[in-house]
Ligand binder design. Structure first.
Ligand SMILES: Nc1ncnc2c1ncn2[C@@H]1O[C@H](COP(=O)(O)OP(=O)(O)OP(=O)(O)O)[C@@H](O)[C@H]1O
Ligand SMILES: [Mg+2]
Length: 465
């Protein structure tokens, strides 16, 4: 008996996480307090305090919603958390504010012109909040009666009795309504709403009065009060869509299905003009509101001069989103020209931009980030191992150190240890090269590689980097 019980317990597995672990999956927000000061470690973010604070101010600017067309540039060395901060901003903004993320190089691989790609990205980042008034019936279900014809074929007929605290009404049901009631598994004691225009039924939960019918309720059941007053109500429904979605739905060549495949192709300027006109009309009538979101362009130095000047112009539009860019380049050539400029961005765009610098991390911060990543990757690591790994990060790079977490954890698992120790880190460090050792290796064995053209000057350049 006891053995059988034990066997049963083994069968119950822990629920495992289904999301995949990405480079930034440990980041859940900017980690700011109410006065916008960055907490040293919070919501997965560590250090980089002044950049986070600056982006926090941008966050408020976006939430305020009145300012359009500002550009922010996150500039700093590789691995200093620029993409991480942008991810944090997206998380902090929440679902309702559009956030579009693209890499500068993306525009060259799309089947559309570069300016069209940027226009689409811009319009994806502007939300339109549309208010609609609809008539609904809201009440607690007293009874559902559905009569099937004895023969089994033919239309079903039925009655639905709904009540509020003040009244009770009987509704005759047609075939369609019966279908949706059955589909939603509506039963007496549920509180439901019926949209009069579409006939859509939504279950709000179970009435408190029925809270004792524990037989019929699952664990996730939500209990709500029985509604008061009239059964028929007017309700304001708010939808948020992006300008791009409206474009696609109204573009005759594609239709809304293109939204799912993402294959929207180019959209005619006339369509956009019409939609801008329509949206302006809705705004005047108070039916719609514009929500400027964020367009994040990572690796922005990959854009070329045409894109930059197009962006310049787009930023001046009243319906422009806040554009956040990130780059790790110093003074370099602007793509498509022979001119050099800071960050590879033309001066006229830089002039319109506020620049947020990111700084390299100190040892304490590196250790903190690594330990957050260990938790994210479900890896137990001894204190000594973490110290060694932090040293490695300091000498090589944060990204290389992060790669060693998973590899050394696999090595530890191989020797059936639950915790990664210094030995495992050492082993991983020997197996996988960082960039510095790889260059050294190339230098020693360059004769044996194909297409070897490293001359002294290039060697010097690599050394200087
Ligand atoms: N302050 C931080 N707190 C927590 N994690 C961080 C922080 N900064 C960086 N990271 C993590 O370190 C890794 C490298 O950072 P990130 O990709 O943001 O660098 P980057 O500045 O965008 O570099 P690049 O210029 O090469 O694109 C990421 O996995 C990121 O999530
Ligand atoms: Mg990045």
């Amino acid at each position: 008996m006891a053995a059988a019980a034990a066997a049963k317990i083994v069968e119950v597995r822990e629920t495992t996480r289904v999301e995949r672990i990405g480079a930034h999956s440990h980041i859940r927000g900017l980690g700011l307090d109410d006065s916008l000061e960055a907490r040293h470690v919070s919501q997965g973010m560590v250090g980089q305090v002044s950049a986070r604070r600056a982006v926090g101010i941008v966050l408020h600017m976006i939430r305020d919603g009145r300012i359009a067309g500002r550009a922010v540039l996150l500039a700093g060395q590789p691995g200093t958390g620029k993409t991480a901060i942008a991810t944090a901003l997206a998380a902090a903004l929440g679902q309702d504010t559009p956030f579009t993320s693209m890499a500068g190089s993306e525009i060259y691989s799309l089947e559309m012109s570069k300016t069209e790609a940027i226009t689409q990205a811009i319009r994806k980042s502007i939300g339109v909040r549309i208010k609609e008034e609809s008539e609904i019936i809201e009440g607690e279900v007293v009874e559902v009666q559905i009569e099937r014809p004895a023969s089994g074929v033919g239309t079903k007929v039925g009655k639905l009795i709904l009540k509020t605290t003040d009244m009770e009404t009987v509704y005759d049901l047609g075939g369609k309504m019966i279908e949706s009631l059955l589909k939603e598994k509506v039963q007496s004691g549920d509180v439901i709403t019926i949209d009069k225009a579409t006939g859509k039924i939504t279950r709000l939960g179970r009435s408190f009065a029925r809270a004792r019918d524990y037989d019929a309720t699952g664990q996730q059941t939500r209990f709500v009060q029985c509604p008061e007053g009239e059964l028929q109500k007017r309700k304001e429904v708010v939808h948020t869509v992006t300008l791009h979605e409206i474009d696609v739905i109204n573009s005759r060549t594609h239709g809304f299905l293109a939204l799912f495949s993402g294959d929207t192709g180019e959209i005619k300027p006339e369509v956009r003009e019409q939609i801008n006109g329509k949206v302006a009309e809705w705004r005047e009538e108070g039916k719609a509101e514009i929500i400027p979101g964020v367009l994040f362009i990572d690796e922005v130095h990959m854009l070329d001069i045409e894109c930059f000047s197009f962006l310049n112009r787009a930023l001046e539009n009243e319906m422009s989103p806040i554009v956040i860019m990130a780059t790790n380049r110093g003074v370099t050539k602007i793509r498509g020209t022979n001119y050099k400029s800071p960050h590879g961005i033309p001066l006229d765009l830089l002039d319109r931009t506020i620049i947020v610098p990111t700084q390299p991390y100190d040892e304490k911060e590196l250790r903190e980030i690594l330990s957050i990543r260990c938790e994210e990757e479900d890896c137990q690591m001894s204190d000594n191992a973490l110290t060694v790994l932090t040293r490695i990060c300091k000498e090589t790079s944060l990204r290389y150190g992060m790669q060693l977490i998973m590899t050394s954890s696999l090595i530890a698992r191989k020797r059936k240890a639950h915790e990664v120790d210094v030995e495992d880190i050492k082993r991983a460090y020997q197996l996988f090269f960082d960039e510095g050792r790889s260059v050294q290796f190339l230098r020693e064995y360059q004769q044996e590689f194909m297409f070897n053209e490293m001359d002294d000057k290039e060697e010097m350049e690599i050394e200087n980097n």
